[in-house]
Design a protein around this ligand. Structure first.
Ligand SMILES: *[C@@H]1O[C@H](CO)[C@@H](O)[C@H](O)[C@H]1NC(C)=O
Ligand SMILES: *[C@@H]1O[C@H](CO)[C@@H](O)[C@H](O)[C@H]1NC(C)=O
Ligand SMILES: *[C@@H]1O[C@H](CO)[C@@H](O)[C@H](O)[C@H]1NC(C)=O
Ligand SMILES: *[C@@H]1O[C@H](CO)[C@@H](O)[C@H](O)[C@H]1NC(C)=O
Ligand SMILES: *[C@@H]1O[C@H](CO)[C@@H](O)[C@H](O)[C@H]1NC(C)=O
Ligand SMILES: *[C@@H]1O[C@H](CO)[C@@H](O)[C@H](O)[C@H]1NC(C)=O
Ligand SMILES: *[C@@H]1O[C@H](CO)[C@@H](O)[C@H](O)[C@H]1NC(C)=O
Ligand SMILES: *[C@@H]1O[C@H](CO)[C@@H](O)[C@H](O)[C@H]1NC(C)=O
Ligand SMILES: *[C@@H]1O[C@H](CO)[C@@H](O)[C@H](O)[C@H]1NC(C)=O
Ligand SMILES: *[C@@H]1O[C@H](CO)[C@@H](O)[C@H](O)[C@H]1NC(C)=O
Ligand SMILES: *[C@@H]1O[C@H](CO)[C@@H](O)[C@H](O)[C@H]1NC(C)=O
Ligand SMILES: *[C@@H]1O[C@H](CO)[C@@H](O)[C@H](O)[C@H]1NC(C)=O
Length: 840
């Protein structure tokens, strides 16, 4: 069923596969995977940093402190002072665990200098005491958190022409996907573009694994790299080669879907269950795809494998990393940022890779965000307004809405309805309590059903994959029913049904109340023999309108209820961070994209070429693709400059020009909504056209992220352990990072922050305007400035608390250029204390 991506895996975990942060520590005999970091800096330290070329800043305010980059002793390809780094790691293990059993799974050397190893807890302690070793942490589990979206984002008229048309949009840029793999035979990944051959991206040096299920020739100039990482999963004994494939092949569907959303070929027809839904295209249809499979159908994934995937992607030279995965639980420790994945991604950002991550599907409650760090671009999910509405008209003239990508019944005729439970095959097992789910044609009587509409129940078993719509449709077809009507079993409360393809007329009533109306009408129309109580006549009739035609709503974009929310929790005591999360929202609901030919993640799209999926997993690759367009246009942009261009130009309004809304409840989400705040939508809904012409940008240097990490109370040893760098005396708070947002968790009386903007457009004069958050006064200086092309300008923003309040309030600052550029800076204050009040 078109479930929300990621929810499924939660179900799996509840059934018992639970591998978390603290497993097995009390038992000395039980081995576990540990991620070990060495003190010596990894290879990425050596690489030059990407900085936007601007003239030097003559100023009073923020110093542009760029320390001389350290030279690592480790090369990009894993040589360590002329020795093989992997063998060096082996020699450390051999010395520390002399004669003992252990299994090294990976050597990391580019983003992290270290390794993943399967050892017992006492062995882990021995390792942590070794001079060369800085840090030993337990491996942890992670999970996987559009034919129409290019039009909705304005790409054909806006962003693609700025990139030379879809024929070249994103060309030369390589996007790396850490996901469930890919179906290389899908037309979305073919490089057979006659007359317009793909170039070979020169800066990319990745390879393609060749196995039986990923044969030679799978890769091409579009799909330029493909590997898989499963060592941690395999050591746990949960890897199932027949389902999970020990190759880059996608046995799930998710990875194929996300890759095509970002960079699938242009103009691929979406034909599902025989119906043509339009043509699909990735956001950056000419970008190249490199696949680093580290997530699997059966169990999700593990950090040790994900870090190996990220380390390889960075070494290979990808420009962008797209992560539609999030940790299963908030990382423990002093702050959420200090976990091996976020730390590896920090090094990736240092070498100029833009990192996009899904926010998580754990909304709508506050602090539900699963992507934490300021160097990562976190994307939430919004509806983009395409609706496939379906309805059923009952014989009593009541019309009920429902879902289902199904044809309608013929020419407005009414058809008799027969419930499966009233059409049992005499000889069949009446003791089958699930017979109402229409999974078995043999238990039903064709003579009663033929030519009529079959009523089936949609139970929790469908959500769990034990029953399927597809099988019910097969049953109906076998018995020559005209179509199928699914009513919702009362136990499926709050489950949001997405449209699923149906080859014959059909509908799923998606609310328990509507289901009651249908059943009441049906039951009251039955005629029964007074004595035997046997049904003598089925009196209820209906027609189904069908749901294959899209209609378009104007009350969009809208933040989906499941999209994870800020504020960003910083530490294990749930203190708030001075960092805005999510960064942005993008289309993530009901997204059509390519599906793997052996993708088993959704029984409803089994065997189809395309699938419609929902989740922040679907939103992140939209932004990865748009980032590729920005990277193509501005090759020297740092990751933070790309993030700035996307953020400052995001829109706050829906298509009606009203404030964008955010759904705030799991059930009846459209009745429980209010205007979106920065904790719902970050800077707003991505605007592709505007992001390619941002005017001003906010840039953050790697050293600033380091100074930020060092500002966290007691973080020095952890920073040293993870990055091999000592904290210096100069630190900066989160609110002082040069981000295009201002978040202050505790406003104690007053606070002044500075931001430095750089003009990447022509000379322009900007006027500064603002709306202060409730309970605070605000001032930005200068209120007007001229900024020449390539110059920088410092803005000083001071905020005073005018009322004590533990309630979060929001404001905004706008920079309005006389050449048409507009820059939005969202402002959030979580609690305020005025003068003369004590801090509680
Ligand atoms: C666990 O370890 C202890 C001592 O190291 C050993 O005596 C015992 O046999 C081990 N148990 C198992 C089940 O391996
Ligand atoms: C490289 O090796 C030298 C000598 O062993 C050491 O002093 C230096 O700190 C190393 N550099 C880095 C960046 O680790
Ligand atoms: C180092 O040795 C391992 C095997 O021990 C090998 O797989 C790897 O390719 C070598 N690395 C380099 C940089 O040659
Ligand atoms: C840093 O690593 C050392 C050695 O593994 C360990 O003893 C120490 O507890 C770590 N520090 C922190 C703050 O995690
Ligand atoms: C592996 O997957 C196959 C196919 O789904 C299944 O038949 C088999 O039972 C699974 N094996 C294990 C050990 O779970
Ligand atoms: C059926 O309902 C529609 C709208 O609800 C109404 O316009 C129409 O007159 C009704 N027809 C009958 C026969 O009651
Ligand atoms: C309705 O459809 C049936 C069969 O599909 C056809 O025979 C009949 O002529 C149609 N009636 C009208 C009014 O179009
Ligand atoms: C009824 O069930 C029997 C035995 O299961 C089967 O052979 C027969 O085909 C079924 N009849 C119908 C109409 O499905
Ligand atoms: C997106 O940006 C473009 C260019 O600045 C602007 O014309 C358009 O109105 C924006 N769209 C939305 C929905 O804000
Ligand atoms: C904040 O308070 C100080 C001291 O009262 C005052 O000088 C300053 O102008 C105030 N700033 C704002 C933005 O209200
Ligand atoms: C932009 O401003 C600079 C500095 O004021 C000036 O020297 C230059 O001529 C201006 N360029 C244009 C195209 O107006
Ligand atoms: C606030 O504090 C200042 C200085 O400490 C003091 O002069 C003033 O009277 C206090 N105001 C109130 C309302 O307590």
């Amino acid at each position: 069923m078109g479930r929300i991506d990621g929810v499924h895996l939660v179900v799996v975990l509840c059934l018992g596969i639970s591998v978390g942060w603290v497993c097995c520590q009390d038992n000395d005999n039980v081995t576990a995977v540990y991620i070990v970091t060495l003190k010596e800096a990894p290879g990425a330290v050596y690489n030059a940093e990407f900085v936007v070329k601007t003239k030097p800043l003559k100023q009073d305010g923020k110093v542009n402190r760029l320390d001389k980059p350290l030279a690592s002793n480790i090369s990009r390809r894993g040589w360590y002072n002329g020795h093989n780094i992997s063998r060096y790691h082996d020699s450390i293990l051999r010395e520390v665990l002399k004669g003992e059993n252990y299994l090294k799974l990976y050597s990391y050397h580019y983003l992290i200098n270290g390794f993943a190893v399967l050892v017992t807890p006492p062995q882990a302690v021995k390792l942590s005491q070794r001079r060369e070793i800085a840090n030993v942490v337990l491996d942890f589990s992670v999970r996987t958190a559009t034919t129409y979206t290019p039009q909705f984002l304005g790409l054909p008229q806006g962003a693609w022409p700025k990139n030379g048309g879809f024929e070249t949009a994103g060309e030369g840029v390589v996007i790396g996907f850490v996901d469930t793999g890919i179906d290389p035979k899908h037309p979305s990944f073919s490089d057979d573009s006659s007359g317009n051959p793909y170039p070979i991206p020169k800066h990319f040096s990745g390879i393609c694994e060749i196995t039986r299920d990923f044969p030679s020739g799978s890769c091409n100039r579009k799909l330029v790299g493909a590997r898989h990482f499963a060592a941690s999963a395999i050591t746990r004994g949960i890897f199932n080669a027949s389902k999970d494939y020990a190759s880059p092949s996608d046995g799930d569907g998710h990875g194929t879907h996300t890759a095509a959303t970002a960079a699938g070929n242009h103009g691929i027809p979406v034909i599902v269950a025989g119906h043509h839904y339009g043509d699909a295209s990735g956001m950056a249809p000419r970008s190249h795809i490199a696949v680093y499979k580290a997530l699997y159908k059966s169990f999700g994934g593990f950090a040790a494998d994900v870090v190996a995937a990220i380390d390889q992607a960075a070494q290979d030279g990808v420009d962008i990393i797209s992560l539609s995965i999030t940790p299963n639980r908030r990382p423990p420790g002093i702050a959420t940022y200090f976990n091996p994945i976020d730390m590896a991604l920090l090094a990736a950002v240092k070498v100029g890779i833009f990192v996009v991550q899904a926010a998580g599907n754990t909304g709508p409650s506050a602090k539900s965000i699963s992507s934490f760090s300021p160097w990562i671009f976190t994307v939430g999910a919004a509806a983009h307004g395409r609706v496939y509405s379906n309805s059923i008209l009952l014989g009593n003239n009541i019309s009920i809405p429902g879902v289902g990508l199904a044809p309608g019944t013929k020419n407005a005729s009414m058809y008799t309805m027969v419930s499966a439970v009233h059409a049992l095959n005499d000889t069949a097992a009446v003791d089958n309590m699930y017979v109402g789910e229409c999974q078995d044609p043999n238990s039903l009587n064709r003579d009663i059903i033929q030519g009529n509409l079959l009523i089936c129940s949609y139970s929790i078993r469908f959500v769990l994959g034990m029953s399927s719509i597809k099988q019910a449709l097969t049953t109906a077809k076998n018995l020559s029913a005209v179509g199928v009507v699914f009513y919702l079993d009362p136990f499926v409360i709050g489950y949001q049904l997405n449209p699923v393809p149906m080859a014959i007329p059909g509908i799923i009533l998606s609310s328990p109340d509507d289901s009651k109306i249908l059943l009441q009408y049906y039951n009251s129309s039955l005629s029964r023999d007074v004595i035997t109580q046997k049904i003598t006549k089925f009196g209820a009739a209906a027609s189904i309108s069908g749901g294959v035609k899209a209609t378009f709503s104007n009350s969009v974009p809208k933040v989906m209820y499941y999209s994870a929310r800020g504020p960003d929790p910083e530490d294990k005591f749930l203190d708030n961070a001075d960092i805005l999360k999510p960064n942005l929202v993008a289309p993530g609901n009901l997204i059509w994209s390519a599906w793997s030919s052996h993708g088993t993640d959704s029984s409803e799209f089994l065997g189809e070429n395309f699938a419609m999926m929902s989740g922040t997993s679907m939103a992140a690759p939209h932004v990865a693709g748009l980032a590729a367009l920005i990277k193509k246009k501005f090759p020297s942009f740092s990751p933070s400059a790309i993030g700035s261009a996307l953020s400052t130009t995001a829109s706050l309004n829906d298509k009606n020009g009203q404030l964008m809304m955010a759904q705030r409840a799991y059930s009846n989400p459209d009745l429980n909504q209010s205007p979106a705040t920065p904790f719902d939508m970050g800077s707003g809904f991505v605007n592709a056209t505007a992001a390619l012409d941002p005017g001003l940008i906010f840039d953050v240097a790697y050293d600033d992220y380091m100074s930020f990490l060092c500002s966290i109370n007691g973080s020095s040893p952890v920073v040293l352990n993870f990055t091999g760098m000592s904290c210096k005396t100069s630190t900066i708070n989160g609110a002082d990072l040069n981000l295009p947002s201002i978040t202050i968790a505790k406003l104690n009386q007053s606070r002044t922050v500075q931001r430095t903007v750089m003009n990447i457009a022509r000379n322009e004069t900007y006027r500064v305007g603002w709306t202060a958050p409730l309970g605070a006064s605000l001032k930005a200086e200068p209120m007007q400035f001229f900024i020449a092309s390539g110059e920088r300008q410092v803005l000083t923003i001071s905020i005073n608390a005018t009322a004590n309040s533990p309630v979060v309030t929001f404001g905004k600052i706008g920079l309005f250029g006389d050449k048409g550029h507009t820059i939005h800076i969202p402002l959030s204050i979580i609690s305020k204390n005025c003068y003369n009040t004590t801090n509680t």
